[in-house]
Design a protein around this ligand. Structure first.
Ligand SMILES: NC(=O)c1ccc[n+]([C@@H]2O[C@H](COP(=O)([O-])OP(=O)(O)OC[C@H]3O[C@@H](n4cnc5c(N)ncnc54)[C@H](OP(=O)(O)O)[C@@H]3O)[C@@H](O)[C@H]2O)c1
Length: 334
């Protein structure tokens, strides 16, 4: 098998030739047809992620065909077209993951490879409405968006939702899912062309978060959103707290721009805001997300497709976030 392996931080992944994988008890081997990148992979390569232990094959997202089943696994899985849930060991509590929770692609070898070994519970049948590349684009970002929006944000059709930084892989799913249920969705972005792309996916409109006064314009023309889905944090977080409707909720699944400079406690309690954290999703979230994708025929937004050998190029491009949606790796021929 071939694997793009992290051998150290701040150095390119190494294309390694390895022995083919053999499944342990309860595991399957998936011959990958496609994988996808997440900002997590980028954070790991630059050393900004906890628990980095090279060598490890990065990659949380993948779709492919089951080629081998370990003992205790139903042999009917063999030959099935599958999509892999990268959240391993969530546990029984829907409110929060267990201490054993881990994400495929660190510490366990991941999907930037021609094959991956995973516990059989991580498998779901690949939605037939999706190509291999589309299926691979979904797992981590789709689950994160689903949980932030529905399990934590309790999104409803009559909500006014703001999704910030719409170029992000998770953000595009949040937009598509919120549009799918009939919510009124607005976006922010550093790019006018990304705002236009968001509008073509069903957003009502958007604002440039780099322009001073964008939130005042938003409040004046649109009215305050009662649900904000954000992964930036940073200095702009105070603006989101000002913009949110009284009784509203801001869900954060990331902090790309770092910690907020300040939290206005008066705004927090007087407006009765809910500041809610969210991470990945449980197996229940994953299943519900896949159901939503199939019911509403959500087509994942793929910005570019690279070969496995060009993974470093894709990671490099993530540095300045030019993408709208996901970077995907096509693996093998199909
Ligand atoms: N907790 C979890 O389980 C979880 C899961 C997935 C991701 N995350 C985290 O969430 C963040 C996004 O992940 P991703 O994979 O979707 O990343 P991504 O695809 O690389 O997207 C990054 C986007 O962030 C937006 N952005 C950057 N600075 C911003 C700012 N100051 N204000 C608003 N938006 C800003 C940009 O949007 P524009 O290009 O439109 O300006 C950019 O395209 C990362 O920090 C990631 O680590 C956490």
């Amino acid at each position: 098998m071939k694997a793009m392996t992290l051998v150290g931080t701040k150095t390119p992944l190494e294309l390694q030739q390895r022995d083919d994988l053999k499944p342990n008890a309860g595991e399957v081997i998936v011959k990958l047809k496609a994988a996808a990148l997440n900002r997590r992979d980028y954070w790991i390569t630059v050393g900004l992620y906890p628990g980095i232990k090279p060598p490890v094959v990065l990659g949380s997202d993948g779709a492919g065909v089951v080629t081998a089943c370990g003992s205790g696994v139903d042999p009917d899985w063999s030959g099935q077209e599958v999509i892999v849930n990268p959240g391993i060991g969530w546990g029984d509590d829907q409110a929060v993951q267990s201490n054993d929770f881990q994400i495929l692609g660190l510490p366990r070898d991941g999907t930037f490879a021609t094959e991956v070994a995973v516990p059989v519970e991580q498998l779901h049948r690949k939605p037939t409405c999706l190509t291999w590349e589309q299926a691979a684009a979904i797992p981590l970002a789709g689950t994160t968006a689903y949980r932030a929006l529905f399990s934590q944000g309790n999104a409803k059709p009559d909500d006014k939702v703001l999704v910030t930084g719409i170029g992000g892989g998770v953000a595009t799913f949040a937009l598509q899912f919120a549009v799918a249920i009939g919510a009124e969705v607005w976006v922010t972005s550093s790019s006018e062309s990304k705002i236009q792309q968001a509008i073509s996916l069903g957003a009502k409109g958007g604002f440039d978060y780099r322009q001073g006064g964008w939130a005042e314009q938003f409040a004046a023309h649109v009215g305050p959103p009662n649900l904000i889905i954000d992964s930036a944090g940073g200095a702009g977080y105070a603006t989101l707290m000002s913009l949110a409707a009284p009784g509203g909720c801001i869900v954060n699944y990331g902090a790309t721009a770092g910690a907020p400079e300040s939290i206005d406690m008066f705004k927090l309690f007087w407006k009765q805001l809910r500041l809610q954290g969210s991470t990945m999703g449980s197996a229940t979230d994953f299943t519900a997300m896949l159901d939503l994708v199939q019911e509403h025929e959500v087509q994942p937004v793929i910005d570019a497709v690279f070969s496995l050998e060009d993974t470093n190029q894709a990671l490099d491009q993530m540095r300045s976030s030019p993408q709208f949606g996901k970077y995907v790796l096509k693996i093998g021929t199909h």
